[in-house]
Design a binder for this molecule. Structure first.
Ligand code: GLA
Length: 385
């Protein structure tokens, strides 16, 4: 049974009403290059993927929100009037509560809703299941209340929910691509002014994502620590964000920095350059250059930013040993999660086999997803059950 059918069936079982629900989706993402640059006002090149969060929902007359999460077999219920409380358990509920809180702060008038949420973005694997959840729920709330805001504002509201309600100081990349993703394209996003350019992915390549199976608990703490180190570096250079430091300025003034902060800054500054070069290469259909930049990005994340792990390094090594793979790197925040590789369609099978054979050495099981660059949040109409 398809995810749509399962979600609609669950809606029928959980809410005994006659009005058929409306259906909304928001995708997860994979970042091709530009890692840990978004919160430094830099550049990123992600694509939305065909793994998504689905919401089946109807509006209510009052301000109550009743959400059933199929993947967890759990409910969250709250009222949008008055203060919206933060949960200490059911962490997924905080993404929904945070979204309602953030949209209300934006001045949106929201109606209550009954909803079932389900999804096939792997949870905790670094493919932005939480951003997809925020965006899908936020979009549903707005549509059901006939209170629209533009996509960029929705992305910003979702980031605010995550920063201020959930307590994770993420950048804007994940929410932005989940809102504005584009079929068959990656987006080069300038995270300072939020302008962007769609860059087509050639039809002869596949995006292959491999989940390392390492899902680290302390991710938020490490992530926030990296952010603080970048802020220290920016202060040293007298700028508001590392985006404003070029490699030349970096080289002349880096020796005064501590070794750790220097390496963090070196990653961010060089990664911004790599991301711009990668977008140009992709546009020129130069996949060899693109692939080399992906590999350089991985090395920098491993050695200077120190957010990779032996399992991800092994996956990259396995991928690079397969003929027809242009490049591979860890993707997302790191400390576990996924590797992304860009490979010719013909090489895809060999890559899947190589991972199966050689990843065993890590003692873990890898899961592979072959993904298509997809569109951002939308309402599904004329859907097949
Ligand atoms: C997480 C965050 C993003 C970004 C990446 C690293 O996915 O949510 O904002 O910082 O890590 O590039």
């Amino acid at each position: 049974m398809s995810l749509i059918s399962k979600t609609l069936n669950a809606f029928q079982t959980k809410f005994s009403f006659n009005t058929p629900p409306r259906l909304f989706q928001a995708p997860g993402r994979v970042n091709l290059i530009g890692e840990h640059t978004d919160y430094n006002d830099g550049f990123v090149l992600p694509a939305a993927i065909d793994r998504l969060i689905l919401v089946a929902a109807t509006a209510r007359r009052d301000a109550r929100v009743n959400v059933y999460a199929m993947n967890f077999d759990q409910w969250d219920r709250f009222d949008m009037r008055g203060e919206i409380a933060r949960l200490s358990e059911n962490a997924w509920g905080n993404y929904i509560r945070g979204m309602a809180w953030s949209l209300i702060q934006e001045g949106c008038e929201l109606r209550g809703m009954d909803a079932v949420v389900a999804g096939n973005v792997p949870i905790g694997a670094g493919l932005s299941s939480s951003a997809a959840m925020e965006v899908a729920l936020g979009f549903s709330m707005l549509q059901l209340s006939e209170s629209d805001i533009d996509r960029k504002s929705l992305a910003l509201a979702a980031q605010k929910a995550e920063n201020q309600f959930v307590g994770m100081r993420c950048g804007i990349m994940d929410q932005f691509i989940s809102c504005l993703g584009y079929n068959e394209h990656a987006l080069l996003i300038d995270c300072r002014d939020l302008t962007y350019r769609a860059v087509r992915l050639p039809s002869r390549v596949s995006i292959v994502i491999v989940d390392s199976g390492v899902h680290r608990g302390l991710m938020d703490m490490e992530y926030n620590a990296r952010r603080a180190e970048c802020e220290t570096a920016a202060k040293h250079f007298g700028v508001s964000a590392l985006r404003d430091v070029d490699l030349e300025a970096f080289r002349s003034r880096a020796p005064q920095l501590s070794s750790v902060v220097r390496r963090r800054a070196q990653h961010v500054i060089s990664e911004n350059d790599r991301t711009l070069m990668a977008a140009t290469a992709l546009q020129a259909d130069d996949l060899t250059t693109f692939g080399n930049l992906m590999v350089a990005s991985h090395t920098s994340l491993r050695d200077d930013y120190e957010v990779s792990c032996p399992e991800l390094d092994l996956l990259v090594e396995i991928a690079l040993g397969v003929k027809g793979v242009y490049g591979a790197r860890m993707t997302g925040a790191g400390f576990g999660g996924c590797m992304v590789a860009l490979a010719t369609k013909e090489a895809t099978e060999a890559l899947v086999t190589a991972v199966k054979e050689h990843y065993l050495a890590s003692g873990r099981r890898a899961v592979t997803y072959i993904c298509k660059a997809s569109e951002g949040v939308s309402e599904l109409k004329d859907f097949k059950r």
